[in-house]
Design a binder for this molecule. Structure first.
Ligand SMILES: Cc1cc2nc3c(=O)[nH]c(=O)nc-3n(C[C@H](O)[C@H](O)[C@H](O)COP(=O)(O)O)c2cc1C
Length: 339
């Protein structure tokens, strides 16, 4: 079992939701790259819960840099950053380890780790771990930015309400679900612009493979599509093929059904993908489960502090993880130097 992502630029994740801390070790960052603590702070604040959608667990996410950064720049040594868990209340989980929450990782974790895992707050399966992913992205961000590459994620829809219908409609999807003790999911879109052609490796390390692998590490992500995605299956070749054109002397395509990727490699158009996020499993309604100790069916009413919709918190995670993947792919392809 490894908790690592990346080939040349690597991150190693550690910690648990209700343990001492969560954190990340980043290896492969070339020496001399400016690392802005303000940027890390800003990215973390985008992920913090707020408004009607968020959990009442309020963590300030004050991070501590333990190694690898000196006078504001990377030293070439592994960069280690932690966030101590401060607002921990494990009471809602006490004595509940044999009562898996439907939709959460509890059941699979119990079957795999035989009860030795720290189940409090979801342990390693908690959304809290994504703060460490955001830190890794905020640190890696310098690499694509050196080449003027921008990575931007946004909420496309929540439940049945789309961005085009307005924020109000999306918010009411959340408040209606919450009023009924329920939760709701949504879609996050991400666009990577300014990526030069040739990034990504054919076959196993295609841009799609690398980004999908990373995105499915985010708890509650259930689908991903690139460009026209699943809609391409309904199109004719003549509709799906992006015409290759010359624009101001540059080779481009007239449409972007390919999502900026052909043969796993960037073709110079923006890389676009969408991620589907399921409704939060911990809902305030009676649900059926099995007591794994007594082997009896029971009802469960999940307590504890939970998000009603994680989409507003997940989109900065999607963005920062994409940044990290692109930085790694750029380093693999020699688009940026390594020590
Ligand atoms: C930022 C974020 C916050 C989350 N908050 C919660 C939460 O408050 N309650 C909950 O039950 N699940 C929450 N989740 C989702 C669970 O962690 C996830 O559904 C669970 O680990 C099972 O994994 P899976 O859905 O990928 O199968 C959160 C996920 C993310 C990304």
């Amino acid at each position: 079992m490894t908790f690592s992502l990346g080939k040349i630029l690597q991150m190693h994740l550690f910690g648990e939701s209700h343990g001492e801390c969560i954190g990340v070790v980043i290896e492969g960052m070339p020496a001399g790259v400016r690392i802005s603590e303000k940027k890390i702070e800003r990215e973390l604040s985008r992920r913090r819960p707020s408004g009607i959608a968020g959990t009442k667990r309020w963590e300030k996410d004050e991070f501590e840099i333990l190694s690898g950064i000196f006078r504001g720049k990377s030293t070439g040594a592994p960069i280690a950053v932690i966030i101590r868990n401060k607002d921990v209340n494990s009471q809602a989980y006490s004595g509940k380890e044999f009562l898996p929450r439907p939709g959460h990782a509890d059941l699979a974790a119990m079957l795999k780790f035989h009860g030795f895992n720290d189940f409090r707050g979801g342990g390693i399966f908690s959304g809290r771990m994504t703060a460490a992913l955001v830190i890794a992205g905020a640190i890696a961000r310098q690499i694509p930015e050196m080449k003027k590459i921008s990575v931007k994620a946004e909420i496309e829809s929540i439940g049945r309400a789309t961005k085009a219908q307005g924020e109000g409609r999306m918010l009411s999807e959340i408040s209606n679900a919450k009023k009924n003790g329920d939760s709701v999911g949504g879609i996050v879109g991400c666009k990577i612009s300014g990526l030069e052609p040739g990034i990504g490796e054919p076959f196993f390390d295609s841009i799609e493979s690398v980004l999908s692998h990373a995105m499915f590490s985010i708890p509650a992500v259930k689908g991903i599509e690139f460009g026209a995605g699943f809609k391409a299956a309904e199109m004719l070749g003549s509709q799906n093929n992006d015409r290759i054109i010359l624009k101001n002397g540059k080779v481009q395509t007239s449409t972007n059904n390919a999502g900026g990727i052909l043969g796993g490699i960037s073709n110079g158009m923006p890389v676009v993908f969408r991620v589907a996020i399921k409704p939060v499993p911990s809902i305030a309604l009676q649900q059926r489960t099995v007591d794994l100790k007594e082997m009896k069916e029971k009802q469960i009413l999940v307590r504890g502090r939970h998000d009603a919709c994680i989409v507003p918190r997940a989109f900065p995670v999607v963005e920062n993880l994409a940044v990290f993947c692109i930085a790694d792919l750029m380093m693999r392809g020699g688009f940026i130097g390594k020590n």
